[in-house]
Design a protein around this ligand. Structure first.
Ligand code: APR
Ligand code: ZN
Ligand code: ZN
Length: 366
């Protein structure tokens, strides 16, 4: 069985003939039909998101249930599923208060690159191969925990469904679940990439009046407008904060989303806010970096800075909802797919395209 393996940081992924061990109790074997390539995969390659190697990357995917381990009730063979990269344990404090996105066990297991029992299902020449966040979608098949599969309707194409597993849910959830954007408000999105475009379209769906897309790469602006942006700012030419203040009648924005993972743009998002505004950090910055913001302005202008991990979502509820919205043309998914590859060989090229800001999303279709 073929899988794309990152053997060491900074290296291209290589296509290997790996062994996949069968699903244990409470686990599911999925035949991957489509996998999206997200900037978080690239964060692992660059070691900005420090995870163990060798690893099967890919965390955005959809496929068909091939087999289930003992005791699995959520899905059966033949079901179509989207993979969930925060498969909650269901019993920790955060799961109990309804914050599955913050599940202690899912976070700890993702760090170890294993399954919840501490072992790996992928092997190469008897060596353990780690698995990105209990998913590992750059592979013909994968084994995941039962809570790592979200059953979906069968009339959505796999490539479109795959994107909902990370980029769409992360962006949509940041708007709907974290910020709870109100109708008529002004919203700034810094970084109009695969995730940022979904913040733009969710902000439009939530009724935002002003949706300002900021990017370094002007080729993102046509797409941003298509997804609902009302204005664009070219960060390579213009002063972002001045422009936002001007576009919001001198007040600053009600909401600003950082969707890059860079302390400078996180501070920029905060500095775009008007009084009472909320900055939502979605981009994943390297863990050792800090952000500097003005202390006085936090109380004096009643500003909020918060984070959003995986759209603060409840995937079993939110993924089918987003697919229903797609089927009634209220969420765009087709337009997110800039390039498709018919084999895992395309992944290194897709990484290069992300680095150069060329694509919304690339998808491997199996
Ligand atoms: N100012 C404005 N835009 C920038 C800047 C900058 N300084 N630096 C990068 N960008 C733009 C890029 O041009 C690109 O359009 O940010 C966008 C990032 O988009 P993608 O590379 O497609 O990344 P995406 O998959 O959307 O992920 C964004 O969210 O979930 C996290 O880990 C993910 O940190 C990553 C972030
Ligand atoms: Zn992702
Ligand atoms: Zn938990």
């Amino acid at each position: 069985m073929k899988a794309a393996v990152l053997k060491d940081y900074g290296q291209p992924v290589t296509i290997e003939d790996v062994e996949l061990r069968p699903p244990k109790k409470g686990e599911v074997l999925v035949k991957i039909k489509a996998a999206g390539i997200c900037h978080s995969d690239l964060h692992v390659v660059s070691a900005d998101l420090p995870l163990p190697v060798p690893m099967v990357l890919g965390h955005e995917g959809a496929g068909i249930v091939e087999d289930v381990g003992e005791g699995v009730t959520r899905v059966k063979q033949g079901d179509h599923v989207v993979l969930n990269w925060v498969p909650e344990c269901g019993t920790c404090y955060y799961c109990n208060i309804g914050r599955k996105d913050m599940c202690d066990e899912a976070q700890a297991t993702a760090q170890s690159g294993t399954m919840p029992d501490g072992t790996t299902r992928f092997h190469l020449n008897e060596e353990e191969i780690f698995q990105f966040s209990m998913t590992g979608t750059f592979s013909e098949f994968t084994v995941v925990p039962e809570n790592g599969v979200i059953p979906i309707r069968k009339d959505v194409p796999f490539a479109q469904a795959a994107l909902v597993g990370c980029g769409v849910l992360t962006g949509y959830g940041a708007v709907v679940n974290t910020a709870k954007v109100k109708p008529g408000s002004s919203v700034v999105i810094i970084g109009a990439g695969g995730v940022g475009l979904n913040i733009i379209q969710a902000a439009q769906l939530a009724g935002a009046a002003k949706i300002i897309a900021v990017d370094l790469s002007p080729r993102k602006f046509d797409l941003a407008m298509q997804f609902g942006a009302t204005d664009t700012i070219d960060a390579s030419e213009d002063d972002v904060i001045d422009q936002v203040i001007e576009l919001t009648g001198g007040r600053g924005a009600d909401y600003a989303f950082e969707v890059i993972g860079n302390p400078n743009t996180i501070a920029q998002a905060y500095n775009c806010l008007g009084k009472g505004g909320t900055a939502v950090v979605v981009g994943i910055a390297p863990p050792h970096l800090d952000v500097s913001i003005n202390a006085f302005s936090i109380p004096a202008q009643s500003r909020t800075i918060t984070g959003s991990w995986y759209g603060q979502s409840n995937p079993i509820v939110d993924v089918p909802k987003i697919l229903d919205l797609y089927m009634v043309n209220k969420i765009k998914l087709d337009e997110l797919i800039s390039k498709t590859y018919q084999s895992l060989d395309g992944i290194n090229e897709a990484f290069q395209d992300i680095k150069e800001g060329k694509v919304a999303r690339s998808v491997v279709e199996f």
